[in-house]
Structures are given as C-alpha cells and as structure tokens.
Ligand binder design. Structure first.
Ligand SMILES: Cc1ncc(COP(=O)(O)O)c(C=O)c1O
Length: 418
C-alpha cells in the first residue's frame, strides 16, 4: 500500500523532532499540504515567544496584540506558568475523571471563589462548554416543567440568543450563533433556538414564549464585532429571567477570566447568571473549558449526564491554577487602566472612528480603511492584531506594559496613515 508522505517535499522527515531547524517556507509547505484548508492564514510562521513578543524561525520579531485570540492571558511562556505545566507533566499527565487530582481541585476552587458561582465542570474548549450549558438548561427545564404533550420531546426547551453572537463551531453552538454566515451549508440545525436583536428589549420580549428556557448572551460580543451590550438591556434580561424562571447563560469564553478588567464580564453589570461558560484565557495557552453553575443549576447534571475524557486534565489544570493565582484586584485594575489608555490613544488616531469593548478586549471601527488591509500592514511591520467583522480587534496579553502598548500602537498608527 502506498501512502502519500513527506517524501515528495523532501522536508519534515525527522518525525517527532518538532520544528527545530525548519524554516518558515518548509513549515508553510507542510501545513499547506497536510492540514485541511479551513483557516485563511496570514503568511507568518511563529516559532517561539516570550512575554508580548514572538519570533518567526528566521528571527523576525512581532509584538502580539492577539494572545492567540484571547488565550495567552499571561503572554508567551511566562516562566512560572511553564514551570507549573512542565512539573505537572513530569509528575502525572492524565488520569481520567474516575479519579481525583490536586490540580483539578485547586483550579476549581479558584474559579468558584473568583466567580462567585457554586460549582463547575471542566472540559476542553469554549464550544464544548456551551454545549454543556445548553444541555444543562434543557435538563433544568425538563426536570422542573416536565414533558409536554405538544409532540415535542418536552415543551420548555427554547434558548434565545442574540443577533451577532458567536458561541462555537459544533452543531448546537453554530445553531446558537446568531450569524447567518456560520449557518450556510450545514443544515438541518438543532431545534429549539430563537434569535433576538441585541440591545432591543422589545424584540427580546417578542421572542419570549412559553417554550423559552434560557437566554444566552455575550456581554461583549467578540467575533460579532466587539459589540457592547447596554447596561439597561442587560438589567432587563436579568429581570425577565428572574421573574419567569428562565436561565441566564453567560458565554464568557472570550470575555471571562480577567479579559475585560473584571474576573467575569458580568461583574461590570451587577447581574448573576445561572450558568457561565469560560475557556480561552483560563488555561493560559492549554486547551480548557469550564461550565460554572449557580445555585439553581448546580445539581442539574447527575452521574452519566455529561462527561469529557480530557476535562480536568492535570497538566491543563496546573496551567489554569497558575493563571488564576495571578488574578487579584491589582491585576484587574491594571487591565482596566491599560484598556482605557489604549482606547484613548486609538480615539486620537486619524482613521479610527469609534472604539468599543472593555478592559483589554477592544474594538476599533475604522473611518475608511478596510480592517483586513490595516492588519496586513501591521503584520508586515511587526504587530499581530485581529479583526472582528469590519473592525480591528485588540486582545493583547493581560500582562502587557505601557511601553509595549505604545510600541504596538505606534505601528498601528503608521499603518492607518499609510
Ligand atoms: C464567545 C465565544 N464563545 C464560544 C467560542 C468557541 O470557543 P472554542 O473555539 O474554544 O470552541 C468562542 C471562540 O472564539 C467565543 O468567542
């Protein structure tokens, strides 16, 4: 039997040796050949990083305002985080959820203390956390309100999400996502989702029905364009949910774990969700997700209802425990101050028409340039930065210093002028 291999390319024959000695061209060539073409990638290879800077194999330096899309909360390879993860990898790498481990217990304790929620479930990604949140909401409702006789599995199952939202790439979470572009070509979708216009309380009220069991929101819509929810609108949602025993699900996958300058974005709004999902920044760079349950939902999922082979993995949890150990009042205040400073500088730039977001999750609307063109110009000049819809999106590591902010914003300012 013949198999296609790397022979034809003449590169990558030393399997298992990482990218040592490979140049950018070789790495790109192998990925283009063997990795499915689902991402529109930039022409950049990253070989190593430290703090807010990373480098390609030839040594070109980049300032990173992306954090791997909000993941590397402490920047690249923070020494204490590397130590925590590597020590754990050398001690115990995996056990399954049939057994207890200390990293899982410690990370969970910190998540619950910092979030004010009641208990939690570990998984591996944001979409997986949202899947579990959706299951929990349906089961809560089914247990409490029972099976209906309307020909449906049960009557109270519908989850309202918002236009412009993004909740993941699995079938349930693309169904939950309120953006048509993610739906095309993948029908049929799951039953039981309805979509309301963001920041429009009347539209939300119109979409509510006897079937509604939950409302699922991002307090700042990330992929949808760094769109802030109005405080009055959030208050209305929270009041409706409390009055009608509808669960409030906060998707904090991008906003959570200090990204917005509070531990969770709901802390800006003085509301208490019933279910919170987190992922991204929580692990500091390793795959993790979490479903946090409040008082109403903490006992809904029982033995056998839900699971995940890698959830609570000790190496990943050691990384998360380290990230969480760094978050205190001073850390959060620094995120808020640096975020306010970035917004101020952005607003003063020619070509930026508006800013949005909270803490170090920032959107910049552009007066006339295309966000993609600006990002490409920034990358050429050594700054990694993101888009969200037609805006620029800045998600720098939460430990970024003022001089690093200035260096990155100087590059952006030049790109906007060019
Ligand atoms: C708000 C939100 N929810 C869910 C997800 C999906 O997370 P993951 O890619 O880890 O599945 C994302 C990813 O960008 C997100 O921003």
């Amino acid at each position: 039997m013949t198999r296609q291999g790397t022979i034809g390319t003449g590169i990558g024959r030393e399997a298992g040796k990482g990218n040592t000695g490979m140049n950018s061209e070789d790495i790109r060539k192998l990925e283009d050949l063997y990795v499915a073409d689902t991402y529109a990638r930039y022409d950049v290879v990253i070989a190593r990083g430290a703090g807010v800077r990373c480098y390609d194999p030839e040594g070109k330096e980049y300032l990173d305002f992306t954090s791997g899309i909000g993941v590397n909360a402490l920047g690249f390879c923070e020494p204490g985080w590397v130590r925590a993860v590597t020590e754990q990898a050398g001690k115990l790498q995996h056990t399954s959820n049939l057994f207890y481990t200390s990293p899982c217990s410690l990370a969970a304790e910190k998540m619950i203390r910092l979030s004010g929620m009641s208990n939690m479930f570990f998984c591996n990604s944001g979409a997986e956390a949202n899947e579990g949140a959706i299951k929990t909401a349906r089961k809560y409702s089914q247990l409490k309100y029972g099976t209906g006789d309307g020909g449906e599995p049960f009557d109270r199952y519908e989850i309202i999400t918002l236009d412009g939202s993004f909740h993941g790439r699995t079938m349930a979470t693309i169904t939950a996502t309120g953006q048509e572009s993610f739906h095309k070509d993948f029908s049929p979708f799951l039953q039981g989702f309805a979509y309301a216009k963001a920041n429009d309380a009347d539209d939300l009220r119109a979409k509510l029905s006897d079937r509604t069991c939950a409302v699922m929101i991002e307090f700042v819509q990330g992929e949808g364009g760094v769109n802030d929810l109005d405080p009055a609108y959030v208050r209305t949602i929270a009041d409706i949910c409390a009055t009608k025993d509808i669960l409030l699900i906060a998707d904090e996958v991008q906003t959570g774990v200090a990204r917005t300058g509070e531990f969770m974005a709901y802390d800006h709004f003085d509301v208490k969700p019933d279910i919170v999902t987190a992922a991204k920044g929580m692990g500091g760079g390793l795959p993790i997700g979490a479903i946090l349950f409040g008082e109403r939902t903490k006992d809904v999922l029982k033995h056998g209802d839900h699971g995940s082979t890698y959830g609570g993995n000790p190496v990943v949890c050691a990384g998360a425990d380290y990230v969480l150990s760094k978050i205190d009042g001073a850390f959060l205040s620094n995120v808020r101050k640096n975020g306010a400073y970035i917004k101020e500088r952005l607003l003063a730039m020619d070509g930026v028409s508006d800013v949005s977001g909270k803490g170090l999750m920032i959107g910049a609307a552009l007066a006339d340039k295309k966000a993609g063109d600006v990002v490409r110009a920034c990358i050429k000049n050594g700054l990694l930065i993101l888009t969200a819809k037609d805006k620029l999106r800045l998600l720098p590591p939460l430990i970024i210093r003022r001089d690093e902010i200035d260096a990155g914003l100087d590059i952006l300012e030049r790109a906007l002028k060019g």
